[in-house]
Design a binder for this molecule. Structure first.
Ligand code: HAM
Length: 405
């Protein structure tokens, strides 16, 4: 009988990865708390209608990628493809929209999208996200962007920040009409996907990945030249605050994001070191989403980091720290080895093997445990207060005084 495997695009997180994962959550949470955020956890399973109304029926996520099914009680449900919708649902359900005030929440956990798996693209992946409610000041947009930057800086990750403004209900429809006129003229030359999007969500044509389409779109009207006075003022102010704080960015008028709930500020942090799936994090303002989900109009802004993509970069930067394996060549060595282990564990991951064995056996157990430094003590070493060291990577061997180890 064949062994059962995990589903395609869904991975176990263990070993070095799980250590990095918890290290990331701990430190990103600490930064979020310093910015005034508190933790929120929402269910992984929600009513399908929640995502249709928020992420949008014309988005790829809702259209093609949802893990949707009818449960035993005949409810149409799905595994969450992203975190914002659930958090906003909770905000409205718990009547925070009626109470007024400011709320800053962060979360992390698994998200599910039925996409074609490839490097950096999974069907079950994890996000660390945050959402802010009740502030329409563009200073909060900058605050959220700087918090995300702080998290990436903490993990020493190089990135490019791309910024755009998607306008508001006043200027976006006018821009959309102008864009549709332009697109209709070049319709025949655009790809099939773009043609479908002209009907359903013309703004998304702008981020088509097809090279020929991108060339044709070069002269397309740009949203940033079509913003209303308010949106333009806010966008200029946001750039000014980021400049003042030394945050570098690039304006990308084609950055439209794959979720329909955004207005005004939209941003993405990308890296060119992780292949085609270059977005490490993305977010933006969603001032109408609370209303879409039945709440009292409340401005909102947030972002989510793709944890797997971020950890890929952390791993690339990770300096290999020594992992030590201590082994006995005779019974009497155990006392000294225990003492050495206690000292070494203050800084290094250290294994100790209690059963006395020969050199070769120790080397192979050490390798299996992921250790690169093997330190062994036998009768001769006890007599001379020395320890035998082998570096499994460089193959270098030496016997040194215990106090020098
Ligand atoms: P998103 O851009 O769809 O935004 O996802 C955020 C991040 O999740 C992406 O930048 C990427 O790193 C990661 N990600 C997305 N799909 C996958 C996948 N299939 N495999 C691995 N990683 C993936 C959102 O989800 C919004 N809810 C963000 C937000 C929060 N906007 C406002 N508040």
């Amino acid at each position: 009988m064949a062994n059962i495997q995990s589903l395609r695009g869904m991975n176990d997180i263990l070993g070095n990865d799980s250590e990095l994962f918890t290290y990331f959550i701990e430190n990103a949470s600490k930064i979020a708390k310093n910015y005034g955020f508190t933790y929120i956890e929402t269910p992984i399973l929600e009513e399908t209608a929640l995502f249709k109304r928020s992420v949008g029926e014309s988005s790829d996520i809702v259209n093609k990628e949802m893990y949707q099914f009818i449960d035993k009680g005949e409810n149409d449900v799905c595994l969450r493809p992203e975190g914002t919708a659930g958090v906003v649902r909770s905000f409205v359900q718990n009547k925070f929209d009626r109470a007024g005030g400011t709320y800053r929440w962060y979360y992390y956990g698994p998200m599910f999208r039925y996409e074609r798996p490839q490097k950096g693209r999974l069907r079950e992946f994890h996000q660390f996200g945050c959402e802010v409610f009740g502030i329409d000041s563009v200073y909060e947009d900058a605050n959220v962007i700087m918090m995300l930057k702080d998290i990436l800086d903490f993990f020493k990750i190089g990135f490019k920040l791309q910024l755009n403004s998607l306008g508001c209900p006043k200027c976006m429809p006018v821009y959309r009409d102008t864009l549709v006129k332009y697109l209709t003229n070049i319709k025949e030359e655009l790809c099939e996907d773009c043609n479908r999007r002209i009907e359903t969500n013309p703004i998304r044509v702008l981020d088509c990945k097809n090279e020929k389409c991108q060339q044709l779109l070069y002269n397309a009207p740009k949203i940033t030249y079509n913003l209303c006075e308010d949106c333009n003022r806010d966008f200029e102010k946001l750039k000014e605050i980021l400049d003042f704080n030394g945050v570098e960015y690039e304006i990308n008028t084609n950055l439209v994001r794959g979720l329909d709930y955004y207005s005004k500020t939209a941003f993405e942090f990308t890296s060119n070191e992780i292949g085609a799936q270059s977005a490490i994090a993305g977010g933006g303002r969603y001032d109408r989403l609370v209303e879409f989900l039945g709440g009292r109009s409340t401005p909102g802004i947030g972002f989510a980091i793709g944890i797997e993509r971020l950890l890929e970069l952390v791993k690339m930067n990770q300096e290999q720290k020594d992992v030590i394996y201590l082994g006995a060549l005779c019974d009497d060595a155990l006392n000294i080895l225990t003492k050495i282990a206690t000292t070494k564990r203050k800084e290094y991951k250290t294994f100790i093997e209690y059963t006395p064995r020969g050199f070769g056996k120790h080397f192979s157990i050490a390798e299996k445990n992921g250790a690169n430094i093997v330190a062994l003590i036998g009768e001769n070493e006890i007599k001379d207060s020395t320890i035998f060291i082998k570096n499994l990577t460089t193959k270098e061997e030496k016997t040194i005084k215990i106090e020098d180890f």
